[in-house]
Design a protein around this ligand. Structure first.
Ligand SMILES: Cc1cc2nc3c(=O)[nH]c(=O)nc-3n(C[C@H](O)[C@H](O)[C@H](O)COP(=O)(O)OP(=O)(O)OC[C@H]3O[C@@H](n4cnc5c(N)ncnc54)[C@H](O)[C@@H]3O)c2cc1C
Length: 1017
């Protein structure tokens, strides 16, 4: 069988799964209380402690050697500079191809840490010298292959005399080795055979390292290695039952780069056949195959995948009992997930295996929920709640005849509790119908003690197999896990934690959360805009349904004459609006924010229909508009109130701010709601009335925003929407003598026209706030993680079809990794879906929508044609011919030097240039382009990142992430040079520019003398 050529037909995936699971965000204390009630009286924790105490005691009496990872992390926890350095080096050093960068990285990280300050075994030992000795000694035994053939050997030799670096490389390799059973499946099977000989209850689940494929080539490679592994495991002999032998664990994100709910059709067409081919192979060999659990956003989809797979198995291998799924107890929906899996097993007449884990991505889930402004967290926020959830899930699994439970944990308390539960359920003895699991390289001591029991259940070791290049992500997750203060393995190694504390019961009322809810990220005074979780069907369906409602007709254009009349009317209305007390002006903004939040569905649909925004971009944009309202309200209260100033006695000094008059706000089509709203509400809250001129392409979004502001209490005469062409209507507004200031976002060229126009006018001298474009670069060195770089590049260059001021235009990639990164970018670009985001049926899956209009299309086509003649084509996304008149397919070209960059191309066009030598020279070349908006940096060398940021003349610098999507109040946005005037939108200095200032000095001693001074005040 070959997983890639002999594929079963696609399975029908159920398109809807919302009825299977509840919403992920519910009241956490209430849920905890529910689980506690369920377990009440079912578990005697005193018996758990009695069972677990001797295990802990035994392990503590024989601590692991110094170089073992547990010991290292006890001495250098990840919360310390040393632990962090160790983790950073582990994550990056092995992949660095060039000596120069390897040296810089090592020096950077070791320079931050003070390993020599630590002592152990009563003696002073510098970590590195200790590790060096250990590492070199051990590597002679353990790394012979590398020296002879591997890429690493080359690096080690080149590093030559640089012993510290060489020792670090070796130490990291050895750290990695602790978690990998073999570099290939043959080696792993040999070591597994030795384990089998050592103990009859040991089994393995092999994990072919690799996850999160970014390209289909990688996915095929991973799928191929799973297929090879299944063949190799099968060749070693078949057990009677799947649970009695070795098996395999697979990650679905490894076998398809688009394993995501939005790419449902691709999952069905491409991923399912790959998965089913592996399932067929495992079933034919009667092995067990477990689907690993990944991020929450895939949870609902994973259930649909399991269901379709179970249907397939029921038909082709009805007696096979080896199909399994991992369930994460840290999910707030874990108990319901378990119930859904039991229901699937029942419906298809199968017995399924369920591996219960706690969950490996807790920190990532918390960050994602905060970034997305979710209404709560999809995972428990307290470790004890996860432990409790684990037991509640275990209870369900042990009670289900259709399930073979597999309890994966290193926690002695959890293991003892499981054994107690199993005993109570009569599942004890020679064939208990469940097993325990641990990761290779972890929890060995406790499990060794458990295995000594005569009634011990089987133990399966999850055994990663693979080479260094695929190990790093896995290794870092394990280091984090072992190093986290709350983790059992960490506390086990810490004698300061008493055994009762270590085995404390999780069966207690909910602990108060120490994490702010995502909505409270910015404190109590400003609510984070509510987001939509696209992985949760019940959240996204209403938004998609709204796309079926056609958008309203556009407002009619104004003429230059009506624009002038509007300016006069706004001028007359300004004093009254300026006189509205500041708190009331702020309240209008806050009410408007709430209204927008309530209208999310309508606004996202409008942005798709009018602004051609994808689902994700639309949600992000509405949230940005909401954030602007709340942020400027908060800022206005903090900064625009009268301020007392110092002075001599007998005098009162005060600084007061007021609206300047009528502000002209001219906004672009690429953020028709967010930029429009941001400009307008900033001007309004400062006390100005506003002539708001939206882009010609997107007047409906602007009109809706104005309507909501008025509904929120803004006097209708404080704002006028003035639609029409910039050359006539816009020009009339700017040239009007009542214009007290202009806030403009758009091209550098138009900003200059406005600047000249303002300079030539005879009226007052007024401010111009301009935010324009950029030739935005991203600098990538050879310590960066290619997968992370590729994600950042594809998002930054091609989201919104490249039509963002902040979009990446110029990728500068170190020559040592350029081939690899470029190839991966090409593979990731091949995965992008071009289409119509406003299509109710397919819009959700669209990554790249049309460019804004025919004129933009013609201009971009000409620029791409020029690049085709002048540069080397690297990759272009394939696109359906239907879209050729409206879309520009994402495209990447390689240039020989930065100097070949001619102009900003406002579309999905990426330029790539390779660099080598000192990075400062690269930064200077970017500066010389004259723009200064955004810059991306990808490096693991902290010092280098800071140096580049300091040298770069740009407004927004992003390190090791994408460079778009600035968040209000978090990443104030705006540049310098040709990119704009500042102050930054969404930043603390913005509102001042909309204000006139007045100091009021009152001689309080004028009437007769200084009464206050004489009275001793
Ligand atoms: C055989 C095996 C297979 C595995 N497969 C998977 C898999 O497919 N998918 C996957 O995600 N993980 C998987 N894991 C990893 C597993 O999730 C971790 O090993 C596990 O979380 C560690 O749990 P523990 O019981 O050993 O340790 P413990 O120390 O008891 O628990 C640590 C866990 O508690 C949770 N936690 C930590 N802090 C908090 C907090 N503040 N609030 C709430 N919860 C918190 C986290 O899940 C953390 O990992 C697997 C583990 C094993 C042993």
């Amino acid at each position: 069988m070959n997983a890639l050529t002999d594929l079963p037909a696609p399975a029908a995936l159920a398109a809807t799964f919302s009825d299977r699971l509840p919403a992920p965000v519910r009241d956490e204390p209430q849920q905890v209380a529910r689980l506690l009630a369920e377990l009440h009286g079912r578990l005697d924790w005193a018996a758990v402690i009695a069972l677990g105490t001797p295990w802990v005691d035994a392990v503590r009496r024989h601590p692991a050697p110094f170089w073992a990872m547990e010991s290292l992390l006890r001495e250098y926890p990840i919360s310390s500079a040393e632990g962090l350095a160790l983790m950073r080096l582990a994550e990056a050093l092995l992949r660095v191809p060039d000596t120069e960068t390897a040296l810089a990285l090592t020096a950077d990280q070791l320079g931050r840490a003070d390993f020599a300050a630590h002592t152990h075994d009563g003696q002073e030992h510098a970590l590195m010298s200790h590790l060096a000795a250990q590492a070199i000694e051990l590597s002679k035994k353990m790394l012979p292959g590398d020296e002879a053939t591997g890429q690493r050997a080359g690096l080690l030799q080149r590093l030559g005399a640089k012993t510290v670096v060489a020792a670090t490389v070796r130490a990291i390799q050895l750290l990695g080795r602790q978690f990998v059973l073999g570099q290939n499946i043959g080696e792993a099977l040999d070591r597994a055979a030795a384990n089998h000989r050592e103990h009859r209850l040991l089994r393995h689940s092999f994990d072919m390292l690799g996850e999160g494929a970014r390209t289909d080539a990688d996915a095929q490679r991973y799928a191929g290695s799973y297929a090879d592994a299944i063949r190799a495991i099968a060749a070693r002999g078949r057990p009677g039952r799947p649970e009695d032998g070795d098996g395999i664990s697979i990650k679905l994100s490894a076998i398809d780069p688009r394993y995501e709910a939005a790419q449902f059709a691709t999952v069905q067409r491409r991923m399912m056949p790959r998965l089913l081919a592996l399932v067929d192979a495992a079933a034919s060999a009667n092995l067990n195959l477990t689907i690993d659990a990944e991020e929450t956003e895939r949870l609902e989809l994973s259930l649909a995948v399991l269901d379709a797979t179970a249907a397939h198995v029921a038909q082709r291998f009805p007696t096979w009992r080896g199909l399994g799924l991992a369930v994460q107890a840290y999910q707030t929906r874990a108990p319901e997930m378990v119930e859904a899996v039991i229901e699937i097993a029942r419906r298809h007449g199968l017995r399924l295996m369920v591996r219960l884990v706690k969950g490996a991505y807790w920190d990532g889930e918390i960050k994602r929920a905060q970034e997305m402004g979710l209404s709560g967290y999809p995972v428990w926020t307290d470790k004890r709640h996860t432990d409790l959830s684990y037991l509640a899930c275990a209870q369900r699994l042990l009670a289900a005849a259709e399930i073979y439970p597999q309890f994966a944990t290193h926690n002695a308390g959890t293991i003892a509790a499981i054994l107690e539960m199993a005993r109570a359920a009569g599942r004890i003895g020679a064939d208990p119908g469940f097993e325990l699991q641990r990761l290779h390289g972890m929890g060995e001591g406790i499990h060794r003690e458990v295995l000594k029991r005569t009634d011990a259940p089987p133990l399966r070791i999850y055994a990663p197999v693979g080479e260094h290049r695929d190990l790093l992500a896995y290794l870092v997750r394990r280091l984090l896990e072992n190093g986290a203060n709350s983790s059992f393995v960490h506390q086990l190694a810490d004698e300061a934690v008493s055994i009762p504390a270590l085995l404390a019961s999780p069966l207690r009322a909910a602990a108060p959360s120490t994490l702010p809810l995502p909505r409270r990220l910015y404190g109590e005074s400003r609510v984070n805009a509510l987001g939509v979780d696209p992985g949760v069907e019940r959240e996204r369906l209403p938004l998609l349904a709204r796309l079926a409602v056609p958008m309203p007709a556009a407002p009619t254009d104004d003429s230059a004459a009506s624009a002038a009349l509007a300016m006069d009317a706004l001028h007359r209305a300004q004093p009254a609006w300026n006189a509205v007390p500041l708190p009331e002006r702020c309240a209008v903004l806050r009410r408007a924010a709430n209204l927008m939040e309530r209208q999310m569905t309508e606004l996202v649909a409008l942005l798709a229909q009018e602004g051609r925004k994808t689902f994700g971009d639309g949600v992000a944009e509405v949230r940005e508009a909401i954030d602007f309202c709340r942020y400027y309200a908060e800022q206005a209260e903090a900064r625009l109130a009268p301020q007392a100033l110092p002075g001599p006695t007998g005098e009162k000094n005060e600084l007061r701010l007021h609206g300047r008059g009528v502000f002209v706000c001219i906004s672009p089509w690429n953020f028709p709601l967010a930029i429009f709203a941001g400009q307008v509400v900033a001007a309004l809250v400062a006390g100005n009335t506003v002539a708001a001129k939206p882009a010609e392409q997107t007047p409906r979004s602007a009109r809706r925003c104005v309507e909501l502001l008025i509904e929120a209490g803004l006097p209708a005469d404080a704002i006028r929407l003035v639609c029409g062409p910039g050359e006539t209507v816009g020009a009339a507004l700017v040239a009007h003598p009542r214009c007290a200031g202009v806030c403009f976002t758009g091209s550098t060229q138009v900003a200059k026209i406005i600047q000249r126009q303002l300079a030539m006018g005879n009226g007052p001298i007024v401010p111009l706030i301009a935010e324009t474009g950029g030739l935005n670069a991203m600098i990538v060195d050879s310590s960066a993680l290619p997968e992370q770089v590729v994600d950042a590049v594809v998002q930054s260059a091609f989201r919104s079809a490249g039509q963002r001021c902040s979009a990446l235009r110029l990728l500068l990639v170190h020559e040592g990794v350029a081939d690899k990164v470029t190839e991966m970018i090409a593979g990731a670009m091949a995965e992008l879906v071009c289409g119509d985001p406003a299509d109710a049926a397919s819009g959700w899956s669209v990554d790249v929508g049309p460019v804004i209009d025919a004129e933009a299309h013609a201009g971009l086509s000409a620029q791409v044609a020029r690049l085709e003649r002048e540069a080397r084509l690297v990759a272009r996304t394939a696109m359906d011919a239907r879209f050729s008149a409206t879309h520009i397919a994402p495209v990447a070209f390689e240039l020989k030097s930065v100097r070949e960059m001619k102009q900003e191309i406002f579309g999905p066009v990426l330029h790539i240039v390779r660099w080598s030598g000192p990075v400062d020279a690269v930064v200077d070349q970017v500066n010389a382009l004259g723009y200064g908006l955004t810059l991306g940096i990808h490096t693991r060398i902290d010092d280098r990142a800071h140096r580049i940021a300091e040298r770069a003349r740009v407004g927004n610098v992003y390190v090791n992430r994408n460079m778009i999507g600035a968040v209000v109040g978090v990443q104030p946005f705006g540049g310098e040079g040709l990119s704009g005037t500042g102050p930054k939108a969404g930043g603390p200095h913005y509102l001042y520019r909309f204000c006139g200032e007045q100091t009021l000095t009152v001689n309080t001693a004028a009437a007769g003398g200084n009464a206050a001074l004489l009275a001793g005040e």
